[in-house]
Design a protein around this ligand. Structure first.
Ligand code: SAM
Length: 298
C-alpha cells in the first residue's frame, strides 16, 4: 500500500463542492475518528445525521460548525430532495450515522444511491464498523463471510433465514439489540446446535469490551446468567462441510480409488479425492492402496 504526499494534499483540498462524503464515525471510542474524517467534518457546510442531538456531542467535540440536518428512515423521502438540491447548488455535504459506517444497518443507502444517480461524486471516508471489527477479533474464518445485519422480526421470514444461516458454510455476522439477544441465541441453538462456534463481541472499542463464546451453548448459558447489556455483534462459525456419511468397507474404498487410478489419477491424488469425499485420512487410504499392491505382488 502506498501512502504518498498526495494523500495529505487531497485531505487539504477536501471537501469539494457538490460531493457527498460518506463518513465513518466511532462505534464507541472517540479516538477512532480518523484525522481525515475530523478535518472533513470541520470543513463541510452541511452534515446529514441520523439524530442531530446524538451526533451533536461528537460534532461539538471535533469542532464542526456545519448546519446539521436529520436524515432517518421516516423523513428520508422528504429530506432526499432537499439534500440533492444542496449538492446541486455546490454545497459540500457529509453523511454520518449514529455510529460506524452509514449504510451498514443504518440510513444512508437511499441518499448515496440518489446522489450517484443524479451524477454527484460520492466519496467514502472509511471508519469503524462493528461487523468487521467483531469478525476480525472473533478468531473465526474471515477470508469469506456473510453479513446479515438485524434478522427480520416476522416469524416466517425469520425462520427461513435462520434455516439458511444454519446451512451456510461461511462465517456469518449478525447484529442484535441486547433485549432480544437471548431469544436469538435460543433460536440459533435450535437451528445450528449448541456446539456451533459463536463469538459475541460486546461493547467493542469501549472500556468494558469483551468476547463471549466459544459456542452457541456457552453464550446462551452466559446470557441466561448475566442480563445482556450494551451493544453486541454475533459472529457465527459456518456449518461444517457436508461429507458423504455412507460408511464404506475397505474393499469399497479401494474400488473407488482404483476407478480414479484407471481414469488417470495418481495413487496420491486418488487417495486425496476419496479422503475428502468420505472424510477419511488420506494417509491411511494411501497405505491401504500400497498394501494391496504389495500383497498382490507376492
Ligand atoms: N452502522 C453501524 C456499523 O457500521 O457498525 C451499525 C449500526 S446498527 C444500527 C447498530 C448495531 O451494531 C448494534 O445493535 C450492534 O449489534 C452493533 N454494534 C454497534 N456498535 C457496537 C459495539 N461497540 N460493539 C458491538 N456491537 C456494536
Amino acid at each position: 500500500m502506498d501512502f504518498e504526499d498526495k494523500d495529505i494534499l487531497n485531505q487539504r483540498l477536501e471537501p469539494s463542492p457538490g460531493v457527498l462524503y460518506v463518513v465513518g464515525t466511532p462505534i464507541g471510542n472517540l479516538g477512532d475518528l480518523s484525522p481525515r474524517a475530523k478535518s472533513l467534518l470541520q470543513k463541510v457546510s452541511v452534515i446529514a445525521c441520523e439524530d442531530t442531538r446524538h451526533s451533536g456531542h461528537m460534532l461539538k467535540h471535533v469542532g464542526a460548525k456545519a448546519t446539521l440536518l436529520s436524515f432517518y428512515q421516516h423523513n428520508a423521502r422528504h429530506r432526499l430532495s432537499q439534500l440533492l438540491e444542496l449538492l446541486k447548488g455546490g454545497e459540500s455535504l457529509a453523511l454520518i450515522s449514529d455510529a460506524g459506517l452509514p449504510g451498514i444497518s443504518d440510513p444512508g443507502e437511499t441518499l448515496i444511491h440518489a446522489a450517484r444517480k443524479a451524477g454527484h461524486n460520492v466519496i467514502c471516508i472509511p471508519g469503524p464498523c462493528a461487523a468487521t471489527t467483531a469478525l476480525v477479533s472473533s478468531g473465526l474464518p474471515c477470508n469469506r463471510f456473510c453479513f446479515e445485519g438485524f434478522l427480520p422480526s416476522k416469524d416466517k421470514t425469520r425462520k427461513e433465514l435462520l434455516a439458511r444461516i444454519a446451512d451456510e458454510n461461511r462465517t456469518t455476522v449478525i447484529y442484535e439489540s441486547p433485549h432480544r439477544l437471548v431469544k436469538l441465541l435460543q433460536e440459533l441453538n435450535q437451528f445450528c446446535g449448541a456446539e456451533r462456534p459463536l463469538q459475541i463481541a460486546r461493547e467493542l472499542t469501549k472500556l468494558h469490551e469483551e468476547q463471549i463464546g466459544p459456542t452457541i451453548g456457552d453464550a446462551l448459558q452466559h446470557f441466561l446468567e448475566n442480563k445482556p447489556i450494551g451493544e453486541c455483534t454475533l459472529v457465527l462459525g459456518g456449518a461444517p462441510q457436508h461429507l458423504e456419511t455412507v460408511q464404506l468397507s475397505q474393499q469399497e474404498l479401494v474400488a473407488e480409488m482404483k476407478v480414479l487410478i484407471a481414469e488417470g489419477a495418481s495413487s496420491n491424488d486418488a487417495a486425496k479425492a476419496i479422503a475428502q469425499k468420505y472424510g477419511q485420512s488420506k494417509r491411511s487410504l494411501y497405505s491401504l492402496l500400497h498394501d494391496i499392491k504389495t500383497n498382490n505382488g507376492k
